[in-house]
Design a protein around this ligand. Structure first.
Ligand SMILES: Cc1cc2nc3c(=O)[nH]c(=O)nc-3n(C[C@H](O)[C@H](O)[C@H](O)COP(=O)(O)OP(=O)(O)OC[C@H]3O[C@@H](n4cnc5c(N)ncnc54)[C@H](O)[C@@H]3O)c2cc1C
Length: 384
């Protein structure tokens, strides 16, 4: 892995840096109002789109720049460095778009990709259910064929951003007669119908970032199946692989920014002379560097083998553990303010609780690392 940028990569970085300096997002306080904060992210994505920077990793034929993996990493790093908001349609850009490019028909690519880039149509991911999270293939939402449509009923949960979404990447059971992984179909579901009710779930941060979806005989045309009937498991794996690769890279950048902020606060308060704080911060620095280098290695694997390897699980596990330690240490360094509702550190501290659950729980990631990275034998439960 060579982390030195070549001439083309340096030019890419400089062009993006200059664009970000000239195109600042709208300012103004949201006063804790999620809807206006979201509207600002949406408007900034529109700016990115107009400047040709919404999704440089997408091929040029779909409105991207055909950027290499390294250039794509530079995009994430520069977005983080500039401190601009994340594009509103992050699940569309990183998950739905690449899944449509892999499995979609020409008509589907034509119909859905551009409004993802411009944030005109927001996407959410309807995978998890009350009794199917880690074991996704046991999901129960049912899709029954009715002429050239499907009638879908069931419940989804933890659906991030559903309240803003036009489309949902929905995995449902279309065949109950075959083994569970084979009976799934991946649908593009229109959220704008009476049969789909979105109920916000307020997190401990106070923010209703995710939702429950109650689906009661929703209608989905045949044309909205992605990747073919009964092929939902394979299509869902494409979405999940893109989730770990794309979001994984972004997360390590946020971690670095948060740590830098904490180190400067500790310095301002004269705490770096205290060996206990200096040690704890140094350990977080080493862990953060390890996450960064592992994330870069993940990109090298994609370049070399065409897809991320199981080591991506290690990055997600190490990131969530480090972020939780960091936000905990922030409480010691900042004091009661970091535990006071409405402050950014109290938000970070509470939000970090979900890190070891979202995008794969730490226990499940540890199983993957044990079996697929270290080659340890598969865990077998003793027969009762
Ligand atoms: C902030 C946030 C945002 C989310 N956004 C979305 C979204 O937009 N769309 C979506 O579909 N989902 C979303 N999720 C859901 C997330 O993917 C699930 O919470 C996650 O997959 C775990 O599933 P579960 O909650 O059903 O827990 P379960 O799978 O029921 O797990 C419960 C416990 O059992 C453990 N466990 C389960 N299986 C094993 C095993 N084989 N070995 C050892 N331990 C095991 C788990 O580690 C966990 O501790 C989000 C979650 C969070 C926290």
């Amino acid at each position: 892995m060579d982390l030195t940028f070549n001439e083309q990569e340096t030019a890419f970085r400089d062009e993006l840096r200059a664009w970000l300096a000239d195109n600042r997002p709208q300012t103004g306080s949201s006063n804790g109002d999620e809807d206006s904060a979201y509207a600002r992210r949406r408007s900034f994505q529109r700016q990115l789109y107009e400047g040709g920077w919404a999704a440089p990793a997408w091929p040029t034929e779909y409105g991207g720049r055909g950027a290499t993996q390294t250039e794509s990493a530079i995009w994430f790093e520069e977005i983080g460095r500039a401190g601009v908001p994340l594009p509103a349609n992050v699940l569309g850009l990183l998950l739905a778009g690449p899944t449509i490019m892999t499995w979609g028909s020409d008509e589907q690519k034509e119909r859905y990709l551009t409004p993802i880039l411009s944030a005109e149509e927001i996407w959410c991911q309807g995978f998890s259910e009350p009794e199917a999270g880690s074991d996704l293939a046991s999901l129960k939402t049912r899709a029954v064929k009715d002429g050239d449509e499907w009638v879908v009923s069931g419940q989804k949960v933890w659906t991030s951003g559903a309240q803003y979404s036009k489309w949902c990447m929905l995995v449902a059971r279309s065949d109950t007669e075959v083994p569970k992984h084979k009976g799934l179909t991946y649908f593009i579901m229109d959220m704008e119908q009476e049969a789909v009710q979105v109920r916000p779930l307020r997190q401990i941060t106070g923010s209703p970032e995710f939702n429950e979806l109650f689906i009661e005989e929703a209608r989905i045309p045949d044309a909205n199946i992605l990747g073919g009937e009964g092929n939902g498991w394979n299509v869902a794996l494409t979405t999940l692989m893109n989730e770990r690769a794309g979001l994984g890279f972004l997360l390590q950048i946020n971690l670095r920014q948060l740590l830098d902020e904490l180190i400067s606060t500790a310095a301002e308060r004269g705490l770096l002379d205290d060996a206990l704080y200096a040690d704890a911060l140094a350990e977080l620095h080493v862990r953060t560097e390890a996450v960064r280098l592992l994330a870069w290695k993940g990109l090298t694997d994609v370049e070399r083998y065409g897809q991320p390897g199981p080591e991506g699980s290690l990055v997600k596990w190490l990131w969530s553990d480090t972020n939780q330690r960091l936000t905990q240490l922030a409480v010691d360094i900042i004091g009661p303010e970091a535990l006071t509702g409405g402050t950014s550190w109290s938000y970070e501290q509470l939000r970090a609780r979900g890190n070891s659950i979202e995008g794969g729980t730490t226990e499940v990631l540890k199983n993957i690392v044990a079996e697929r990275v270290l080659g340890l034998p598969r865990l077998k439960f003793a027969a009762s």
